[in-house]
Design a protein around this ligand. Sequence first.
Ligand SMILES: [Zn+2]
Length: 424
Amino acid sequence: MTDYSSTVHLPKTQFPMKGDLPKREPGMLAWWESAKIYERMLEAAKSRPSFVLHDGPPYANGHIHIGTALNKTLKDFTVKAQALMGRRAPYVPGWDCHGLPIEHALLKEMKLDKRAIKDVPAFRRKAAEFAGRFIDIQRAEFRRLGVLGDWDHPYLTMAPAYESRVLSAFRRLLGAGYIYRGLKPVYWCVYCETALAEAEVEYKDKTSPSVYVGFPIKRAAHAELLGAEVLIWTTTPWTLPANMAVAFHPDLEYALYEAKGAKSGRLLLAKARAEAVAKAIGCELRELRSWKGSELAPAKPQDRGALDFEYETPFGGRTGLGVLAPYVSAEDGTGAVHTAPGHGADDFHTGRHYGIDIFCPVDHAGRFTAQGGEFAGKQVFKEGNPAVVEALQNAGRLWAKSEVSHSYPHCWRCKNPVIFRATE
Ligand SMILES: [Zn+2]
């Protein structure tokens, strides 16, 4: 056998054949540390142009995982590469010490439910200690990854100096008129009692009540409509006490029907939905007259007057307003959409457009407030839905009820269905 090794020309080095990094790395890192590599790197480049990486901090709420490790090492590659290219490249690590991810991890460790917290200041102190503990743990873990930086002087979002900078920046924004307080519709978990970001919501099937409800028309541009009912469909009866408007699509055809069958009366709904609705409410529908949506309600609040469409809300005896909205479809329901600006994103924007009150009679625990009238104190899903349906039935407003299984947003954490709620 011929020995080819003399024909392969490799550089001669002192490197051992085997990497054995788990054993060897701690020694290398200790040497970097004792040789003060990071400090010397900065000192050598002190009159050079700077490269400053602003590090978005991890939450101090647990050990590092593959995501935090990848994030931190990629940043370290970047900083070290810039330093080797001759820049002054300081790296100041930081930690996010506030918020739900910290509190949630602490509650899990304490095996406690959020509702069990009685002494809030004491819990906050515990959360600060908890964050402090994981800052030390993560600092050691990031250093073990070989990340160079000013590990003895990190920035901490709970440091008083940091908080005071945040406040002074906020004061400047306030002084310049950029800050206002208003309502915003958010996903809300009534079990966790917190707002949820879009990414914290998971869709899965839920069984909900499905109801068809008539609202008596009080005022309309067309005399035939007076005394008739505008028919809506909803799978969230608990939002009916917050009803403020009914939305029509400007280009859809609507008709007034004589309904005869399980119940009798005159109903306004989209022509494209008449067949399906007739089946759902067990009635025959005879068309009396039709209009386009744009002939029923004003397109802009300024246009109110001649085209005013008013009805009696199902609860609270308020006057509801007919409005136009581009998202109304003839895919399901009646083409006349129950609108509760306090409980839906589309509803909220429509409400704002028409200057309608953003009415939200539901509290953080999902219970009707005193503004919820006869339903005050009831939880929206468990008690609210059946109570609302029963009240509608008694008032003769209910045209049909059944159940429907549909895709519905749920809380990623507790897996319960969420609600939409306008909050300050
Ligand atoms: Zn939840």
